[in-house]
Design a binder for this molecule. Sequence first.
Ligand SMILES: [Zn+2]
Ligand SMILES: [Zn+2]
Length: 246
Amino acid sequence: MIGGLGTFALESGRRLFDLVLPPRCKKCGALVVADDALCASCWTALTFLGPPWCACCGRPFEFDIGGDALCGTCIAEPPLYGRARAALAYDDASREMILRFKHGGDESLTRLFARWMVQSGEELFASEPLILPVPLHLWRRVRRRFNQSALIASDLARATGLSWDPLSLERARRTPSQGGLGKTARRDNVRGAFQVRADRRERLKGRHLLLVDDVWTSGATAEACIRACRKAGAAQIDLLTLARVL
Ligand SMILES: [Zn+2]
Ligand SMILES: [Zn+2]
C-alpha cells in the first residue's frame, strides 16, 4: 500500500514537473513540442538506417537491388546471427547522445531509443523471439548502476508485447573494456566471456532469440553471446542494436 502511494506521489510529481517544464530536445536541449523527442535539426543530422539494406546484416545499400539481396561480406562469410538490424549509424551526430545514455541512465532517452529500434527491427519481431540483453559484468553494472542493454530490452518488450529475459545469459568472466582494441583483439578479449546459466538452458533450447545491445562496433561481443546461446541449443539468433559503426 505504502509502495503504491509512493509510486502515485512520484508519478504525480513527475507530471507536475512536466507541466512546469516544457519538453526539450533530447539531444541539444532546444524547446520542442512533444516529450521524448528531438528538434528538427538534430533529427536531420542523425543517420537513421532502413531499407534498402542487406537482408542479413542490415548494411544499407545505396540502391534498391531487390527483396532479399545480400551484401558481399555476408555472401563471402555468412555471419553467426540470422539477421542484424540497427536504428542509427554511430557517427559524430549520434555519439554524444549515445554515450550520455550509456553512462547517465536517462529514462526518457531509453524510451526514445526503444521507439526507433522497434521501427528498424520490425521484421525481427514477427517470429516472436525471446528478447535477451547483452549482459554487463556485475562490477561494471554496480559502477554504472544499471545495464543499458537491459533497459532497452525491457522497453522493447513492453512496446512489442514480447517476453524478455535478463537472467539466462551471463558473463562468465570479467573482460577489459573493448575500447581502443582492433577487431582481432576484440574477438580474443570476449572469447568465452559469456555463458547461459545451466539451470536456464531449457528456456533457450529451440527458441528464436533476439539479442539486444546498444552499439555494434566489431560484432565481437554479439558473436561471443551468440556462441553461448547456440551452445544452449537456441534455434535462431537475431541481433538488434541502437547504433552501428559503418
Ligand atoms: Zn536538438
Ligand atoms: Zn550483409
